[in-house]
Write a protein that binds this ligand. Structure first.
Ligand SMILES: [Zn+2]
Length: 499
């Protein structure tokens, strides 16, 4: 059974326009003709508003009509054109798209050639202008609604993005929450610790790539979460993506949303002002210590200034895993300790699981003290040898001088003997030179010994003699001077390789 409402409206503007076709009576005639032709058996109710604007629904006639609709007394509304019913396109759209279909009410606009029965689900057939209008209404309306509901969800601290940041997974029990993905979190922690320790993102990326640490893109692709094609067929860590991760407050448990905003449909996302961000602190379990995170932010802030090495922990970059040879990672959230990523990432036996900073510092300081004492001890022996050599040179010099003198004396004596013999003062002259030769040989032997001893002294002088001194504290300078590298073997056996 058709219960048709025909609705007519005449506004003040229409009265002034003197357009006869818009008068109530003309509208009534048109509508009655239409009903008679198409719905001869229907029951027809008339509603009219004379002198009311169509921009709102504060009209007695339409209010009555809508009340009847709510009571299910009307199941079809017919108007001359859309503007009779409403001039507010948003209102019109919500009636046409939502309210009337929901109430099961058919809507016909004669001049617009619109009949909801024909056009529902068949929007493509609607006149182009009207279609554009509807589309505009629909999308505007929808996007406003979606935006509002998304914003309210964000304000409630619900995650509405597609995927959580690297290090987290969606909580299987609540898709608006995160849980820690431990395998990924491990990598994130390393990255923050290394950066907080003074390494650059370029250095960290190089180490990660050398050690084959998987990138987020690779892990996500392997887990089937998203699909990435690596550039050149190889997944590589980039310092730029690393910097972005280091800035992400999600890692201390905060949920930051609303960073990007779509201003209009079809226009790219833009970064919003920071005041517009919707931040929910302590939304999920943190991966990174807040202190470490703050330190990283501080370093990122003054990244452009030259970096000093003093920010690093004294052992950073000096420790190697005895099991696999990798550089040890420094964990600085909570207790500070070093560990080898081979343990967790590659499940390697013999890798360093955990060795505390303070223990390492104690052990290395002790070994350095021993080493310097030993160096001092051996150098003391060296000094003694050198002193002996110098003394020996002095003794030999004296002996040489004496031997030289003996040779001279022997020559003089021989000359004097010959003179005495020639003058007839002596009866015989010993012409043998054996004695002189003997003295000469002795002198030459001593000269040779002296020259050897002098060489020895010169040799000792070239050797650097270490002063033995008490070492109270590990310093970068001391370590640079004495230590080549440090290996940590199973059982936390610390082996220092000396220079
Ligand atoms: Zn290892």
């Amino acid at each position: 059974m058709m219960n048709i409402a025909i609705y007519m409206r005449l506004s003040k503007e229409d009265e002034f326009s003197h357009e006869e076709s818009n008068s109530i009576s003309m509208q009534r005639l048109l509508l009655q003709d239409y009903v008679r032709e198409h719905f001869p058996d229907a029951k027809v109710y008339e509603f009219a508003d004379d002198g009311y604007t169509g921009t709102n629904f504060e009209r007695p006639g339409i209010q009555e009509l809508l009340d009847r609709v709510k009571n299910f007394e009307i199941n079809c509304i017919i108007v001359k054109d859309f503007s009779r019913f409403a001039r507010d396109y948003i209102e019109l759209g919500s009636y046409l798209e939502q309210i009337f279909p929901f109430m099961g009410v058919r809507f016909i606009s004669i001049n617009d050639k619109y009949d909801s029965d024909q056009y529902v689900g068949n929007v493509a057939d609607i006149d182009v202008n009207f279609k554009n209008l509807l589309y505009d209404l629909y999308s505007k309306d929808l996007s406003v609604k979606i935006k509002a509901s998304l914003r309210s969800m964000k304000e409630q601290g619900k995650f509405v993005g597609a995927e959580p940041p690297f290090g987290y997974a969606k909580d299987p029990k609540d898709r608006h929450k995160f849980v820690v993905a431990e395998d990924e979190a491990e990598i994130v922690r390393s990255m923050f610790a290394m950066y907080a320790d003074g390494m650059s993102t370029v250095e960290i990326a190089r180490i990660f790539n050398e050690e084959g640490i998987k990138t987020p893109a690779q892990i996500w692709t392997e887990k089937g979460i998203r699909k990435f094609k690596p550039k050149g067929g190889v997944y590589l860590w980039q310092n730029t993506s690393m910097t972005r991760m280091l800035k992400n407050r999600a890692y201390v448990g905060d949920l930051v949303q609303g960073i990007y905003e779509c201003q209009k449909i079809g226009i790219d996302k833009q970064v919003t002002d920071q005041e517009k961000w919707i931040i929910k602190e302590n939304h999920h379990e943190p991966i990174v210590d807040r202190k470490v995170f703050d330190k990283v932010q501080e370093r990122l802030g003054k990244r452009r200034r030259p970096r000093g090495k003093q920010q690093r922990h004294i052992l950073v970059g000096r420790l190697k895993c005895g099991g696999c040879g990798r550089n040890l990672r420094h964990n600085i959230s909570g207790h500070h300790y070093y560990w080898c990523s081979g343990v967790n990432v590659y499940q390697l036996d013999g890798c360093v699981k955990r060795i505390e900073d303070f223990y390492l510092e104690e052990v290395i300081l002790f070994q350095l003290q021993q080493h310097i004492m030993e160096l001092g001890e051996s150098d003391r022996l060296l000094q003694e040898e050198k002193d002996k050599a110098v003394e020996a040179v002095e003794v030999l010099k004296q002996e040489c001088r004496a031997a030289e003198k003996a040779v001279e004396n022997a020559k003089k004596k021989r000359m004097a003997d010959f003179e005495a013999y020639a003058l007839g003062k002596k009866e015989s002259y010993d012409s043998s030179t054996d004695q002189l030769e003997l003295l000469r040989k002795k002198y030459e032997g001593l000269r040779e010994q002296l020259s050897l001893a002098e060489d020895k002294v010169r040799e000792y002088s070239r050797l650097k003699v270490h002063e033995s001194f008490p070492v109270m504290k590990l310093t970068p300078e001391l370590m640079d001077e004495y230590i080549e590298s440090i290996e940590i073997h199973p059982g936390n056996d610390v082996r220092v390789i000396w220079k």
